[in-house]
Design a protein around this ligand. Structure first.
Ligand code: PBG
Length: 338
């Protein structure tokens, strides 16, 4: 059989609905495009190391660096020039203890970075991740009880103290990532009671105990020294519970709720979007970024195409805000190619 014969259908075809009609040219495809990634919806995570701690590129996160305080200000300036106006701060302290004292130190690395950023770049939106795991010697997200379990209510007090010290330094948004019960309500009350009722809380509402955080823990030096985080972070198979967590946080006063990780949890971005009327954020975490970079370095995927698909996938799923290590490079590429 030759090609012409093959192409001639034997059964009569009477097609009027042809979705392919709208895919025939770039202009037509652009005209009917439903979703788009806005640079102004992206948040770049930034790691800032205290003096004496190593700085430079993180091996498992190519293109992502640990900065000094000055370096972080320089990076923020570059982000702003690209239209990325929000960053999420993580501190790497020079001392750790059982009760995360360096986390609420007014001279701590996060507090100093907030002050430097707000002084030099007041328009940049500075969000601080609020957790204890980078500051405890045991690497857990809270204070341990006698049994070695994280004590929920004692940890709240500690989080409140740190939140106030970030507020005093001038933070714009506080993002608690510890997964203690009741922390949004506790933080809201603590902030309001000290005159910080204008500071929004972006809550890591549905945060799962995930293998996708591996490279982050290398970067931040926050791997638990024993056990894991399964007694406070969520169990990955649970979807209903994620919705419950989000609704509880909204009831407690969360201004934004987050789903984390993002890629394997897109159903939950959609589910949380549908039950809530606050903005929904997703966190495209370190392991998700590292996988893309590793495959791209091997020449196995086209990085730019894959990043575009991943980011617009979050928008399609319902995310209003996307926290991603790709933010800066994505904005740079859009600037070059538009
Ligand atoms: C702190 C925190 C973590 C991440 C964000 N905040 C680590 C963890 O919970 O172990 C992970 C971010 C990433 O992997 O990119 N608790």
């Amino acid at each position: 059989m030759n090609v012409t014969e093959l192409l001639r259908p034997r059964t009569a075809i009477d097609l009027t609905k042809r979705p392919r009609r709208l895919r025939s040219s770039p202009a037509l495809r652009a005209l009917v495009r439903e979703n788009e990634v806005r640079i102004s919806s992206l948040v770049q995570p930034i790691f800032v190391a205290a003096e004496g701690q190593p700085i430079g590129e993180i091996a498992s996160l190519p293109g992502i660096h640990r900065f000094s305080v000055d370096g972080a200000v320089g990076e923020a300036r570059e982000l702003r020039a690209l239209g990325v106006n929000a960053l999420l701060l993580f501190g790497i302290p020079d001392r750790k203890d059982a009760v995360a004292s360096s986390n609420h130190d007014p001279q701590g690395v996060v507090q100093r970075t907030i002050r430097a950023l707000k002084r030099d770049l007041p328009e940049m939106l500075v969000i601080a991740d609020l957790c204890n795991c980078e500051y405890t010697d045991h690497g857990h997200c809270g204070i341990l009880d006698e049994r070695g379990d994280v004590d929920n209510d004692a940890t709240l007090e500690l989080l409140g103290r740190t939140a106030l010290s970030y507020a005093e330094a001038g933070i714009d948004v506080i993002a608690p990532s510890d997964m203690m019960d009741g922390r949004v309500g506790y933080l809201r009350k603590t902030l309001d009671g000290s005159g910080y009722s204008a500071i929004p809380i972006m809550s890591y509402a549905a945060k799962f105990a995930s293998g996708f955080y591996g490279p982050f823990r290398d970067a931040a030096g926050s791997t638990p020294q024993f056990g894991d985080r399964r007694s406070y972070q969520m169990d990955p198979p649970n979807a209903r519970e994620a919705v419950r967590e989000a609704l509880l946080d909204i009831e407690e006063g969360a201004d934004v709720v987050m789903v984390k990780p993002a890629l394997a949890f897109m159903d939950l971005i959609r589910a949380v979007r549908e039950v809530s009327n606050v903005p929904v954020a997703c966190y495209n975490v370190s392991g998700e970024y590292a996988m893309v970079k590793a495959a791209a370095r091997n020449g196995w995927i086209d990085e730019a195409r894959i990043v575009d698909e991943i980011l617009v996938g979050f928008v399609r799923a319902g995310a209003d805000i996307i926290i991603t290590y790709h933010a800066k490079a994505f904005a740079e590429r859009k600037r070059r190619t538009s």
